[in-house]
Design a protein around this ligand. Structure first.
Ligand code: SD4
Length: 334
């Protein structure tokens, strides 16, 4: 049996861990990533789009925007919107798995080349939090809006209200209630929280991150994805990074900011992602029980990716090629 299968079958499917005060179960699914690994990456060319997980339609939409001469900011927004609208993606936007009380609450953030940032947290009833986050950045004097205020702002900007709990997500929630272990489940699957980074034809960077957070989280819980420096960080002089996985661990280590700062000090995107994962695993004896994955790009268009567990992959659209690439991972070295 392949090691990957072994880990999935024997270890992770039923694991639970204690993180802060909650029990968190890791659900896992196969990724259908190809066999390329990060080390195989070619000499970088621009423009470039990368995204967490296997989201070819999202990176294709972002690439199309770049090809049309649009900015990296436009590209990452366009890419994230694809996953937000995809009801099959149960960890982003419409169709996202709800919290324990059956409410789908969304978190998103976006950063541009000037270091501007906009974010929404605990947003209900709005399909495209990434576009609301961009409007927070561009149209308000604020950077982060939450809950009902964010929802009212979205409505005032013309975003229609919709019920985000699809039949299948409702069914999954009802199933969960039967055993009601009352713990959030990490969504580890092909489609997950989407973190996307792009460099446009001018060499400018932008990034975006959008999620429905942990499935069956406590009502009011917010993860890393909408928080600057944790789920996403962009510095147009240096590079950008974004995260997926157990947000509590990313928040505690301010992972994306850390990666960009390590690149500033001369590390490659790959080495920087590895160091950010190392910070998490050294502090957590139970790191085998949860997943965190990072991707990063530097100004040159070099890419890095690293995760704790094997089954993390990312998309890279470069040289007109849209590829899903398997990430290197910490447990391989153990
Ligand atoms: C969160 N980081 O809310 C997100 C969830 C995620 O793979 O990325 N799941 O903690």
């Amino acid at each position: 049996m392949k090691r990957r299968k072994f880990i999935q079958n024997a270890s992770l499917s039923s694991l639970a861990l204690v993180s802060s005060s909650s029990l968190i179960a890791c659900e896992n699914k196969n990724t259908d990533s190809n066999d390329a690994i990060v080390g195989d990456l070619p000499v970088p060319t621009l423009p470039l789009v990368v995204a967490t997980w296997n989201v070819p339609n999202a990176t294709a939409a972002a690439w199309k925007a770049l090809e049309e001469g649009k900015s990296a900011l436009d590209a990452v927004e366009a890419g994230c919107r694809v996953e937000e609208a995809d009801v099959k993606n149960q960890s982003v936007g419409k169709g996202g798995l709800p919290d324990r009380d059956g409410n789908v609450t969304l978190d998103a953030c976006i950063m541009n080349k000037d270091g501007d940032y906009g974010a929404v947290v605990y947003l209900k009833d709005i399909v495209h939090p990434i576009s609301v986050a961009r409007k927070v950045m561009e149209k308000t004097p604020h950077v982060l809006m939450a809950g009902e205020g964010a929802r009212q702002f979205a409505i005032s900007e013309g975003h229609p209200m919709e019920n985000l709990l699809t039949k299948s997500s409702k069914k999954a929630w009802e199933e969960w209630q039967k055993t009601s272990e009352y713990k959030p489940v990490i969504n580890i699957e092909n489609h997950d929280t989407i973190g996307m980074l792009a460099i446009d034809k001018n060499g400018d960077l932008a990034g975006a991150c959008t999620t429905s957070g942990l499935a069956y989280k406590m009502a009011g819980r917010v993860g890393d994805s909408p928080i600057i420096g944790s789920g996403l960080f962009v510095d147009n002089e240096i590079g950008a990074a974004t995260a997926t996985g157990l947000g509590e661990e990313v928040l505690k280590t301010v992972g994306s900011f850390l990666i960009v700062e390590l690149m500033r000090q001369g590390k490659s995107p790959q080495a920087a992602c590895e160091e950010a994962i190392r910070r998490i695993v050294t502090k957590n004896k139970n790191h085998k029980d949860f997943q965190v994955g990072y991707i990063a790009v530097n100004k040159k268009g070099e890419v890095g990716a690293y995760s704790i567990h094997e089954w993390f992959s990312f998309m890279r659209y470069q040289d007109s090629k849209n590829e899903n690439i398997k990430s290197e991972f910490f447990l391989k070295t153990q």
